[in-house]
Design a binder for this molecule. Structure first.
Ligand code: ACO
Length: 367
């Protein structure tokens, strides 16, 4: 069987309408806009409404990615959803997404790898395509973190947000897809980022709830130290494996947890700012959703094109990390048309925002 390659043919993202600014949080906890901005780079984040759950965000992002790709839902072979905040522990959220999108012929599974999940999912999808097992795969990264945040804990509640991003990969003979990757895990640091309940270690109980163990807890300094080291080192290793250097990579899309972590990595690796995607100011840390949202925004804005090499790198609960180099193949269908329309309408780039709607697609092309 000829080895196939995974071409990224559609993308989309979705963030809930409710925007929570740093000023809004100042009214809830003892914090300040100045502290949040200077320590994390975050200015606002999106929180779901009470009736929204992770599958709703995933379905919206997935629908946009499928529409852009021109692939009919029934032609999707596999749906992978990376999340740490599923609607339920059972059943898997991936089946709700598969059903909600009408992917009636697809298998589906969820990946719980913290903020690193989307890169794990992308690499896994690429493997299925390379072997020829599957032709078309939808990969989603989605989170509703806000419902697991202790809004009395200023060390966590100011950092996170909700959102979803999705991509459609399709088999092609053209050389593209994941060129090199690294998946990492260090379970010795499990306690650094943990929601202790519910689970088989701490089932739901009055005691667990009274002690607020159902909320996310984080040792920010430990995670910061881990993140700055693993982000730079894993990027160096995947570039080394592929035999390329920083100059050969067209766009770096790191996990958006903290602007200082991204700036540290960019400085250490001497990355030009224009090659680094950073949108943490607008979304906060949406965990497994940060990379696909940043990817979707960057591609819609025309920051990368066919043949370009992307470097994706994530880190998170586990603690885990993952990095990969991904070559963009020939864009097909409406994805290509969308790019051309963006270029034609945006001219020098000054008006690009005005032609991109909040679904991450270009007005007039996608109904
Ligand atoms: N507002 C005001 N003051 C605050 C706040 C807040 N929201 N939060 C903490 N502080 C205070 C602390 O209490 C501390 O006060 P003290 O010195 O009197 O004790 C002071 O600010 C400094 O606290 P530090 O924790 O040292 O602040 P630091 O500069 O390390 O920044 C931060 C904290 C932003 C959490 C940083 O450590 C960080 O970004 N860590 C990594 C976090 C991360 O990436 N998490 C996610 C990774 S995985 C995933 O994405 C799910």
């Amino acid at each position: 069987m000829t080895r196939k390659h995974a071409s990224l043919i559609g993308w989309g993202h979705y963030a809930p309408e409710n925007v929570v600014t740093n000023a809004d949080l100042e009214k809830i906890v003892d914090t300040s806009d100045e502290w949040i901005k200077s320590r994390s780079g975050i200015e606002r984040r999106h929180f779901v409404s009470e009736d929204q759950a992770t599958s709703d965000l995933s379905i919206e992002a997935g629908r946009r990615a499928l529409e852009m790709s021109g692939v009919a839902p029934e032609d999707v072979d596999l749906v992978i959803v990376a999340t740490s905040s599923p609607d339920y522990l059972t059943p898997p959220v991936s089946s709700q997404v598969q059903h909600g999108l009408g992917c009636v012929n697809a298998g589906a599974f969820a990946m719980m790898v913290g903020c690193t999940g989307f890169v794990y999912g992308l690499v896994t999808a690429d493997q299925f395509i390379q072997t020829g097992a599957y032709k078309t795969i939808l990969v989603v990264g989605a989170e509703v973190i806000s419902k697991n945040l202790d809004m009395t804990d200023r060390t966590t509640c100011v950092l996170f947000g909700d959102g979803a991003g999705a991509v459609v990969l399709q088999a092609t003979d053209a050389p593209c897809g994941v060129r090199s990757f690294e998946l990492g895990s260090d379970g010795s640091q499990a306690e650094a980022l943990i929601a202790p309940c519910p689970g088989t270690r701490n089932p739901v109980s009055q005691y667990a709830v009274d002690n607020r163990t159902h909320y996310l807890r984080m040792d920010g300094r430990a995670v910061f130290k881990f993140a700055t080291r693993t982000m730079t080192e894993s990027l160096q290793r995947v570039m080394g494996k592929a035999g390329v250097g920083v100059d050969d990579v067209d766009l770096f899309i790191p996990h958006q947890a903290n602007a200082r972590i991204i700036e540290y990595a960019a400085k250490t690796l001497a990355l030009p700012p224009e090659k680094v995607v950073m949108n943490v100011a607008d979304y906060g840390n949406t965990s497994a959703a940060t990379i696909p949202i940043a990817l979707s925004e960057a591609l819609t804005a025309g920051r990368a094109e066919a043949g370009d090499t992307l470097a994706l790198v994530g880190f998170g609960a586990g603690l885990t990390w993952a990095a990969c180099l991904f070559d963009l193949g020939p864009l097909v269908g409406t994805a290509r048309a969308s790019h051309e329309a963006t270029e034609a309408t945006s001219g020098d780039g000054a008006t690009v925002d005005s032609v991109i709607d909040d679904r991450g697609v270009v007005d007039g092309l996608i109904a």
